[in-house]
Design a protein around this ligand. Structure first.
Ligand code: XMP
Length: 513
């Protein structure tokens, strides 16, 4: 399949470039700046990303442009544009005028294929400290702003374009047009990447890869592992065995509901109720990290014991998705999220790894889910942490505390499913993630009827986000919050106060522990 290579120089928006290209139904790979694949005939174009560095920094990332310039079409974005200029006899200077934000292209060469369909004064997004003050001899300027003469330039010798602005960000209003011009018209993408084609080719590949072998997969109830299982089920049917461990700290009735949904999908699922073990091992433990460690360890033990019963298994499948892998390639060295999908590999079973979603972004995983005919409630589920409600109960964990939290959380989430916003969208679908936290180390006084109460508060959390790396607290409607608060206090014995968490990430995190 044709592909575009995006060489990553460490910009925050590199992943966005990837998503935009995929939205053009074109396959792309994001690779570290120094990992351009040799002799790959499927590469139809190259994009150089932005970077936190200046081309003049001694530690700035460098790439040998001759690997691809003149061979396939190239587009340099921001640092990419500066680097191309810097390396080919142009000039990049620290002019001291850092440009950040929305600007308009005041002159554009509308005949250049990169700007086909552009409007006059099109708005673009700039974010750069250095400025290109001279371009290479064989290049000519094709767009300018009031302050930046070389907002975009192109080579007359090679299929090479460069833009100082960021077409991948939403604020570049015709950014999508520009990327489409590059990917489709200039590079010649046949736009053959789609959820349907992905399912078709992956099912074929999976059949070749695993043949008649048995595959084990750990299900969590989340979108990634569920889509992964459904895809494998389509490919190999009964040779897939899924294991779903109940540690006792899932949401109210979640285990039975999710098991039902999986069985409805025709999956071969083994449900393991291991709650006794988890509650016993967590008894009296209050430290958040300690709780996480115990749950992680117990989970691996339970999963492995179950996996070992499947003696003929040769493969372990995981719902790893593309952003998990890009993060682990992160060249700026900032590991933001550790990998959560893995239950731990039983080493003595010598299983090989199978990761059929490893090329997909989160929204594509959902599109593949729809393509596979999965029920909407499984596809649209909010993310839920592996350790479950244990990281949403402050202090030690007991069955009673879990029960209280399950009741309160169920009221919150059900109301969220039932609340239709002014624009017609369901509130649950508008937020990235919502959950309830039991502040069981705190008590406060209340009055109910004629009686004094002295009970725990719960905190409601809801955030908007695109990837959970950063998040903002969701601005929930007041009438919704009032209804939820009333219902929780009236119906959940043990709770007499409801608060709303208005912290963003960073500096807070989504989960409380
Ligand atoms: P934080 O709290 O770090 O959470 O802002 C970011 C995202 O990760 C989820 N999360 C986990 N998921 N195992 C998981 O599978 C875990 O141990 C875990 N801890 C946090 C969290 O719900 C949010 O979506």
């Amino acid at each position: 399949m044709q592909k575009i290579i995006i060489l990553d120089f460490g910009s925050q928006t590199t992943q966005l470039i990837g998503r935009r290209i995929r939205e053009l139904d074109t396959f792309c790979e994001i690779l570290p700046y120094n990992k351009f694949p040799k002799d790959d005939p499927t590469v139809i174009g190259v994009i150089l990303s932005g970077s936190p560095y200046s081309v003049h920094d001694p530690e700035a990332f460098k790439v040998d442009l001759s690997q691809f310039v003149g061979k396939v079409p190239v587009l340099g974005i921001c640092y990419g544009a500066q680097y191309i200029s810097h390396k080919n006899g142009g000039r990049v200077e620290q002019t001291g005028t850092r440009e950040y934000g929305r600007v308009n292209l005041t002159t554009v060469d509308f005949d250049n294929p990169l700007f086909k369909g552009f409007n006059e004064n099109s708005q673009v997004w700039m974010s750069h400290g250095d400025t290109i003050t001279a371009i290479p001899d064989d290049c000519h300027v094709i767009a300018s702003t009031t302050d930046v003469k070389f907002a975009s330039y192109a080579s007359i010798k090679n299929p090479l374009w460069a833009v100082q602005f960021h077409p991948e960000v939403y604020h570049s209003l015709q950014g999508k047009t520009l990327l489409k011009n590059f990917v489709v018209d200039i590079c010649g993408s046949k736009q053959e990447w789609s959820p349907a084609s992905y399912v078709e080719t992956t099912v074929k590949q999976l059949r070749e890869q695993v043949g008649k072998d048995r595959v084990i997969l750990g299900l969590s109830g989340g979108v990634d592992s569920s889509v992964c299982a459904t895809l494998l089920n389509k490919a190999i049917g009964k040779n897939l065995t899924c294991i779903f461990v109940d540690h006792g700290m899932l949401r109210k009735n979640e285990f039975s509901k999710v098991m039902e949904a999986y069985e409805g999908l025709g999956l071969n699922v083994v449900g393991v109720d291991a709650s006794e073990k988890f509650f016993k091992d967590l008894e009296g433990v209050t430290d958040p990290e300690q709780k996480r460690k115990i749950i992680g360890r117990d989970f691996v033990e339970v999963f492995n014991a179950e996996a070992k019963k499947i003696t003929d298994a040769k493969w372990l499948a995981q719902g790893t998705i593309y952003p998990d892998r890009i993060e682990s390639l992160s060249i700026t060295g900032m590991v933001i999220k550790s990998h959560h999908n893995v239950g731990g590999l039983p080493k003595d079973m010598h299983l090989q790894l199978c990761e059929p979603l490893k090329w997909l972004f989160k929204d594509e995983v959902r599109r593949v889910g729809y393509e596979l005919g999965m029920p909407e409630h499984l596809i649209k589920r909010h993310p839920f942490p592996g350790p479950g409600l244990a990281v949403r109960i402050l202090g030690d964990i007991t069955r009673e505390k879990v029960r209280i939290l399950q009741e309160a959380d169920d009221i919150y989430i059900e109301n969220m499913h039932n609340y239709v916003c002014d624009d017609g969208e369901v509130l649950y679908d508008k937020v990235w993630q919502a959950g309830t936290i039991l502040l069981s180390t705190i008590r406060s006084v209340g009055v109910m009827g004629d009686e004094r109460t002295y009970e725990h508060p719960v905190a409601l959390r809801a955030v908007t986000s695109t990837d959970a790396m950063s998040a903002d607290w969701a601005h929930l409607p007041y009438d919704f919050m009032a209804k939820v608060s009333n219902e929780i206090i009236n119906k959940v014995k043990g709770v007499n106060r409801v608060c709303y968490d208005i912290s963003s990430k960073p500096p807070s995190t989504i989960e409380w522990e």
